[in-house]
Every structure is written in C-alpha cells, then in structure tokens.
Design a protein around this ligand. Sequence first.
Ligand code: PLP
Length: 494
Amino acid sequence: MLYSSTRGGEAGITASQAILKGLAADGGLFMPETLPTLGKPLTELARMSYQDLAYEVMKEFFTDFTEQELRDCIAHAYDAKFDTDRIAPLVKKDNAYFLELFHGKTIAFKDMALSILPHLMVTSARKNHCQDRIVILTATSGDTGKAAMAGFADVPGTEIIVFYPYGGVSKFQELQMRTEKGRNTHAAAIRGNFDDAQTGVKQIFGDHEFAESLKERGVVLSSANSINIGRLIPQVVYYVYAYGQLLNAGEIEAGEAINVCVPTGNFGNILAAYFAKHMGVPVAKLVCASNENKVLTDFFATGSYDRNRPFLLTSSPSMDILISSNLERLIYLSCGRDTGKTAELMENLKTKGAYSVTEEMKRFMEDFVGGSASEQEVSETICTLQKNTGYVIDPHTAVAKTVYDRYRAESGDTTKTVIASTASPFKFAPVVLTALGRNGKRDDVFAVIDELSALSGVAEPKAVSEVRTDPIRHNTIGEIRDMEGIVENFLFKM
Ligand SMILES: *Cc1c(COP(=O)(O)O)cnc(C)c1O
C-alpha cells in the first residue's frame, strides 16, 4: 500500500514515510492509493479483542510494518492506560448506541489516536534509518496538549513540547498539562492567545536555519497534527469494533446496515467511519454533527464551503473550527482522485475562504448528512437524556445526540445508530452541571466535579483524581519571541 498527496506533488510514499512526514510537501494530505477491504468476515472480527482487531484493520494500511512491529505498537497503545479492557465500550441509551471513546489517559477521544501515534512514529523512524531524537512541537488551546503529552510520555527517542496561551486555557486543562509526569514532556505558557502560540509554532517549523542547528545536535522536529495518517487510520478500528459489539449483543443481524453520527471538528473522526464503510462495515448514513460553527452543515446542504463567517466560541470547544482540514481527503475522493481539482479548490479556500464542488462531487457525498445544534439545544439534550435515562454526556456528544434526534424525526430513518461519544462529561463538568440545572459556575472546579459524580452516580475517572493530587512539574512562562529559545532550553539544558 502506497500513499500519495491529494494535491499531486508526491506519490509512491510508504506508510512509514507518510507517518514521519505528516503533511505532504505540496501542502496536501497523504491518501492510501486504494481503500482496502477487511481481510476477514465481520462475524469473525466481532469475536476479537480490541487489540487483535486493531491489527487486522491497520495491517491493511501500514503494509511496510512487520506483524511484530505493528502488534508491538498496538500493545503499547491500548493497554492499562485505558480504564476498561474493552477500550471503546458501546452503551445503549435512549434511541442510540453511544460509542465511548473517552476511556484513555485524558478522557477524550484524541487518546484513541495519540496513544498509538508515538509508537508508529518511532517505529517509522527506525525503519527509515533516522537516528535523531524526534521532538514533537504543538500549540494547544487546551485538549490536544495534554493528550499529546500523555501519548508521548516516556516513549524512548521522543520529546514533546506543548505551548499554550497563558491564562487562555481552563484551570483544569492547565493543571492537566502542568502535572504531567512523563520525563520527556514539556509545557510552556506563552504570553499571548492561542493564535499567537500556533503562529509561533508554525514559524519554528518554517525556520530552516533553526532546523539545521537542531539537526547538528541530533534532533528533528515533527508534529502530531490530526491530518497525520498515523492518527486517522487507528480511528477506523473502533467503528469496526462497534459493529462487532452490536453483532455480539444480538442488536443487529450480520449484514444489517447501521448509521453513524459523529460530533465533528476537523473531520478526522467521521472520515475514519467513512473508511470503515469502505473496508466493508455496512454503514448507511454518516451524520456529520456541528455546533454553531456549522460550516460543514452548510457544505453538505449546498455543496459550497464558506469559512467567511464569525468564529463562535461554544461549549464544545474542540469543534470550534472553520477549516476542517481532513475534508480535503473526501474532496479528493469525490472528484475521482483528481489532484488538480483538489489543489484548485484548496487554493480557493486559501485565497477566498470558500469553494464549491460540482454536482457530481456533491452526489458522491450523498451518504453524508449534515446538521447543527445550538448552545441552547446542547444544554437541553444533556438535561433530557439524564432525566430519561440517568446517562450523562458531555457537550460534544450532546451536539451529536441533538443532531441525530432531529435527523431521525425529520427523515423517519430508524436504522440503528452509533453515536461517537468523544469526551467524558467530567472533562466539561461546569457546563454539564449547569445544563443539569445545578450551579456549575463555581470557582472550585473540584466541588463541581464532586457534585457531578454524585448526581450521575459515576465515580470520577482517574484522570481527574490525578489532577487533584499530582504535584505541579511544569512552570515555564515565556514570550512569543523567545519560543525557539524555550525549545533549546528544554532539549539541551540539563
Ligand atoms: C477533537 C474532538 C472532536 C472533533 O473531532 P474531529 O476528528 O476533529 O472531527 C470532537 N469532540 C472532542 C471531544 C474532540 O476532542
């Protein structure tokens, strides 16, 4: 299996090279040159552990890894870091099945990919005879930072440096990062906002002189961005797993189609579901749920993508996105892998902030249904579901549940539906508790968590208890203009 850029500039790239590069040199994203199918029947895959299934799925994409290499990566990723050996349990509540993707280290779905990416990267480096220390740089508005730190923590041959805006992340998120124990992890607060931090990181990546000077000292910089194929493919696994769980529980018959509903930001998670469909999982509709930043809802309704609109801050911050990077991969498939067309549309996005697909491309995407939820609806959904079932969901998952309920009512489509549940409600305790009609806006976030725990009857996850008790280990505060110096300090000063 070889990979090529959606914009035509690179082709014939192995999986391990694509993982190391992240983004193609022409700015495009790497795509497998064909979408593979599952090598075994779903009824057989349904009986496997998450880890064995992960191997069956990933081996179709990462064909230059040996079986041992891939199995090692999987074993290191999906282990006791997860608080359940099912890794991604499926829970039936109300009219849907919630696929809980939040049982990893940071109680959000980014863990599903970020716990394996570091191992895929280190293995890829070894396969390509790269001896250097791999240093991951990332700017975070809160969630990705801790997930990346936890994923790379103590992975030999790697170092992870996270920049976050000083005073610009929640108290809880800041504590999560500052208490991270991994000896190769570093976090720095930067005086500026998230965009400043992000721009600073991009500048470091663009500074060739700096890269040279690091290279002389045995260091290469890399990113753990969500467009990396090493993050996308591991996400395919849990959709196959969900189907198997439905079969095992007797909820569906072999071959029966299901729908999938995904709270969407960068379009990575739902694209993974689409890949699962191509691999042979009977998926009918892919319901793409957005919050009030509903660029994708409008796109699927009209065929026009337009980011020229106000950026809204919502209670589902991980979906506050106006450019969904991974959509480029669907665009590429929808025009029959026409790299010229893909490059043209992405150029329009860059220069005008907008583009339109052809009628034919729009027809190709008919399996996708868009929908959006308002802040008010999200809050009501959390409250209603808790009242009716006792089950408490986070605001991102509530966006999906809201959109799914509306889709079901309007279309009359009662196909069994899996909703991707992307974060633990404890991660967003203040918003969730407020939605439940209690006082979630107190200064003491741990008191809010205690009340949520009592109300939901769910013990707080370990990720929360750790933040309560672990000592603060990261104290760096710096200026935007000093970010390269901060990197050098972390890497070379003992
Ligand atoms: C990142 C994230 C999403 C969005 O996923 P994409 O793959 O970017 O579409 C949704 N919910 C949560 C909690 C997230 O962290």
